[in-house]
Design a protein around this ligand. Sequence first.
Ligand SMILES: [Zn+2]
Length: 168
Amino acid sequence: MITIRYRGNLQKIKTAVNCANSLLADPKFYQLIRAHSEFTMSNISPAQIADLMHEADITMRIVMYIASPRVHGYDDVHNPDLVHINVFRSDWTISGIVNTIIHQTVHAVNDIHQEFSFGHGDRSSPGKENTAPYWIANCAEEMLTEKPGKTGLVHEAPPESLALDTLD
Ligand SMILES: [Zn+2]
């Protein structure tokens, strides 16, 4: 089971983490992934990815850091179980934060199955809607909002200095 952990005090993050944990425990979430026809930039089927996510045993930890407001977070290839969230992000909707969390969860599942590939290549977002991280994150957002998900994680390069990161 994938579990998201946050021990900080930001109420919106706490709420988003609860929402993400509920989604990750909801069979409907995996059914929606399984029902998708195919992902671009993936060498396995959506059904296989749904199974890998469902069977994964990962605890993801939320880490707040500071970046420019247009950025949501970044992918951490060295610590894929960390979800780096920009505390100054302009988008502080619950669904947008859940989008970021689920996007990083897909990367983390891929990291433990490196024989497969279901990422999104470079950090630019345009044209990536049908890659597994973006599509599955949007799917989670849609389950929450009952509207088409469109947050699409705005990535930046990992910061050179991680001094501002604080765990939990
Ligand atoms: Zn990513």
